[in-house]
Design a protein around this ligand. Structure first.
Ligand SMILES: Nc1ncnc2c1ncn2[C@@H]1O[C@H](COP(=O)(O)OP(=O)(O)OP(=O)(O)O)[C@@H](O)[C@H]1O
Ligand SMILES: [Mg+2]
Length: 344
């Protein structure tokens, strides 16, 4: 049994036992008549605007995050990802538009929302003088149905770090502790802002396993990352943010299929008449002989195009060897959407 499932409360929607964090005034979740959110988006931002002085970080952003799914938020440095998630977490007040998280206003309903969400900030946000185990146990006590702390510590390889203060942990250990603190309260929705940045490959894999288990447990996960393989591996849905707006959203498969051009390669007799081949292909296709007898066709590669190429080859007495369709990766799509220039 995994650390995440151990001691799971019988009804995760039953919020009556939730405890408030200290200093969180006002109504608790228990006193609110909350609607069942299972089919509603767990995060819904509409026309969200956030400015820092005269810099607009989030510029009319629309985002819906599905319940029970892993949603990866991708975007170049400075795109507005952290600002968006921190606004959803209630740490920043929007300058325009609306945000609802689990049906609640993250600022006005913070006291009700906080016990139900887990947060791992990009900047750490952990008190640096406290000991790792104290912080984690303290966080666990704030929740009615926490995970087994020892199992979680073991799971994230933090066993040797317990008596060390946060500021003396290595960067990767700090990341793991922040992740543990985000999930120990068994949240319904967890925001992880670059949880695997700076982690070694082992810790990265165990973080991925933990995220998969959260999902299997019905937890909704919003995951900000710059690792495209991480998004491809974990995400049910991907939102690409650029210049403060969502510019594309969909499953990794759909994003990789749609829009992006794909490639067909084959080898054959050198010096084929590519002009003649191109005439048979749809507008927008390109054909090139890359090295002697190695051909590449780019464009919308669908079954019809494949049939056209093989039939053209048959008509010209060409045996196309090693025909391969290369699907674009999420990284190709990301660069196509956001460009290749470095961001300030
Ligand atoms: N506290 C702040 N004060 C002023 N400007 C800020 C602040 N935080 C972010 N910004 C600016 O807002 C914009 C968006 O920043 P944000 O941190 O949301 O980007 P990001 O997409 O998370 O980037 P990264 O991938 O580097 O983490 C940037 O131009 C940044 O300089
Ligand atoms: Mg960020």
């Amino acid at each position: 049994m995994s650390a995440l499932r151990a001691g799971r409360p019988p009804d995760r929607s039953g919020r009556s036992g939730e405890q408030e964090e200290p200093g969180a005034p006002g109504a608790s979740a228990a006193s609110l008549d909350l609607p069942a959110m299972s089919s509603e988006p767990v995060v819904q931002a509409r026309g969200l605007v956030k400015r820092y002085g005269n810099r607009t970080a989030v510029d009319g952003l629309d985002l819906a995050v599905a319940a029970g799914a892993v949603t990866a938020v991708l975007g170049p440095n400075g795109a507005g990802k952290t600002t968006t998630v921190e606004t959803c977490e209630g740490y920043r007040r929007p300058d325009g538009g609306t945000v609802r998280v689990l049906g609640l206003d993250p600022v006005a309903d913070a006291a009700a929302l906080r016990p139900r969400i887990g947060v791992m900030l990009q900047s750490g946000g952990v008190y640096s003088g406290a000991r790792a185990d104290e912080m984690l146990r303290h966080m666990a006590k704030l929740h009615a149905h926490p995970l087994d702390v020892d199992a979680l510590v073991e799971r994230l390889g933090l066993g040797g770090c317990g008596r060390t203060s946060y500021r003396r942990l290595s960067g990767g250990q700090q990341q793991r502790l922040a992740l543990a603190m985000a999930v120990v309260g068994r949240p319904e929705l967890v925001f992880l802002d670059e949880p695997t940045a700076g982690l070694d490959p082992q810790a990265r894999r165990s973080t991925w396993d933990l995220i998969r288990e959260l999902r299997a447990d019905g937890v909704s996960v919003v995951l900000t990352t710059h690792f495209m393989d991480e998004a491809e591996e974990l995400a049910d849905d991907v939102a690409v943010i650029d210049a403060g707006r969502v510019i594309a959203q969909g499953s990794p498969e759909r994003l990789c299929r749609g829009g992006a051009e794909n490639t067909l390669r084959f080898t054959g007799r050198p010096g084929l008449d590519l002009g003649s081949l191109l005439k048979a292909l749809p507008d927008g296709s390109e054909a090139a002989e890359l090295t002697t007898g190695t051909y590449r066709i780019t464009g919308r590669i669908d079954p019809e195009l494949l049939a056209t190429v093989t039939s053209w080859c048959a008509q010209h007495g060409v045996m196309p060897d090693g025909i391969a369709v290369e699907r674009h990766t999420l990284e190709d799509v990301f660069l196509e959407l956001t460009g290749k220039e470095l961001r300030a």
